[in-house]
Design a binder for this molecule. Structure first.
Ligand SMILES: Cc1cc2nc3c(=O)[nH]c(=O)nc-3n(C[C@H](O)[C@H](O)[C@H](O)COP(=O)(O)OP(=O)(O)OC[C@H]3O[C@@H](n4cnc5c(N)ncnc54)[C@H](O)[C@@H]3O)c2cc1C
Length: 386
């Protein structure tokens, strides 16, 4: 073959990274994954291991003390951790979400203030959603008012992943309630947990990702310095949407990892479990299910990594690709984990095996960072625009 054509595969560095993360996840994260879920506790062992290895926020550029990982490398890290423990995979995934607005649109000074601390092991969260403004983000009510050389924030954000553990929060607030288009009146800020007037609520009681705390956060006359604005006032929602292009395919990677974890456990189980005098893997009805699961995972993997590359290269259909990757991979994760429980039979319905946890964890990937209905709206909009 002409040496000028690149082969259709990930390079050696990406493959070596996958091996390294897989080894770390199996050694340091797997022994605690069941307990983290059952006790609904933060995966401190994972945090420590990821911080030590530099896999906690690999997307942060080298200039700010990070690894400068490209989107594909970042997804490999998230996928391999999610294969073992979805809650733990939210450490790199939400660190990315919580800092991407800043990376894309923040001032150099603000980047220098925040990013090195996240690279060094502190956490960042992302606060867009409100109780009455979920899919309809532009209808948010949290307000920020300019007051001398400060901003004063008031309101409540909800569903904030890793709230209480994070030091920094990217927060979207209305700064111009009279803007002709509501989206033009929204500004993004970096808020620190020690800012006066900032506080957190109790943990939500959830179906899955139980090791990752989800809480409301409150702003009561919360005063933040003027230079914590990300970009220009009024650009916040646009930056938020650009951020989501970068992070939705990473939720695809998380979903893919959950699906792969359930699939690996299922393949081992069906070869071992015997009924009617033979391994259940010998029955064609089981084989067809295994084939479908493997096929969908492989298709999802191609979408997730192609979307990451398109976003990295700023290709015109990057938004479509990122939404498609998230939607397809999360729908796949839900189907694959449900079939995994099915193939484990009664055992799959117990907490003695990891597949029921994976099925519960898979569900959120169809909901957060925009539900899959909203993703389909994003895709259709881009397709119809031509
Ligand atoms: C565990 C968890 C963690 C989260 N983490 C974060 C976080 O860190 N930061 C953050 O900002 N947010 C976070 N979220 C919020 C999440 O992004 C929202 O829950 C999600 O966007 C949906 O909003 P909603 O819950 O208000 O649902 P709604 O918007 O009320 O939607 C309800 C249903 O209606 C459908 N629907 C709504 N509008 C349309 C439409 N136009 N067409 C078709 N169907 C529609 C939806 O798809 C959904 O099925 C998290 C949520 C959860 C549960």
């Amino acid at each position: 073959m002409d040496a000028g054509f690149g082969l259709y595969q990930l390079g050696d560095e990406h493959n070596a990274l996958r091996e390294a993360v897989r080894a770390l996840a199996e050694k340091e994260i797997a022994p605690h994954a069941t307990e983290v879920d059952e006790q609904e506790r933060y995966p401190v062992e994972a945090l420590e291991a990821l911080n030590k290895a530099g896999f906690n926020a690999p997307h942060i550029p080298d200039a700010y003390g990070g690894q400068g990982a490209d989107s594909i490398a970042g997804n490999i890290v998230i996928e391999e951790i999610a294969r073992i423990c979805a809650s733990s995979s939210l450490i790199p995934a939400v660190n990315k979400l919580g800092t991407m607005n800043l990376i894309l649109g923040g001032s150099e000074d603000l980047k220098k203030k925040v990013l090195p601390s996240i690279a060094a092991g502190e956490m960042a969260s992302y606060a867009l959603s409100e109780r009455e403004a979920g899919s309809d983000t532009a209808s948010m009510r949290t307000r920020a008012r300019h007051d001398g050389d400060t901003w004063v924030v008031n309101g409540t954000k909800c569903w904030i992943t890793n709230a209480g553990v994070s030091s920094w929060y990217t927060v979207m607030a209305v700064t111009d309630p009279n803007a002709a288009k509501p989206a033009d009146g929204i500004t993004a800020f970096m808020v620190h947990k020690d800012d006066p007037g900032f506080s957190i609520g109790p943990k939500e009681r959830k179906l899955g990702i139980k090791g990752s705390p989800t809480r409301e956060i409150y702003f009561e006359n919360c005063v933040i310095p003027e230079d914590r604005v990300i970009g220009e006032p009024g650009q916040g929602l646009r930056l938020a949407f650009r951020t989501l292009d970068h992070t939705r395919h990473s939720i695809g990677a998380q979903a893919l990892g959950i699906a792969q974890g359930a699939f690996d456990a299922t393949v081992a189980y069906v070869k071992d479990r015997k009924q009617f005098g033979k391994a259940i893997a010998d029955f064609q009805g089981v084989q067809f299910m295994i084939a479908d699961m493997g096929m969908k995972i492989e298709a999802a993997r191609h979408l997730v990594y192609a979307a990451a590359a398109k976003v990295e290269r700023h290709e015109p259909d990057a938004s479509f690709a990122s939404s498609a990757a998230k939607t397809f991979a999360s729908d796949t994760a839900m189907q694959v984990t449900t079939d995994a429980v099915q193939l484990f039979g009664g055992a799959g319905y117990t907490r003695d095996f990891p597949v029921e946890r994976m099925m519960r964890d898979a569900k959120i990937t169809q909901i957060y960072e925009g539900t899959n209905q909203i993703q389909r709206m994003v895709m259709a909009r881009q397709l119809l625009k031509g």
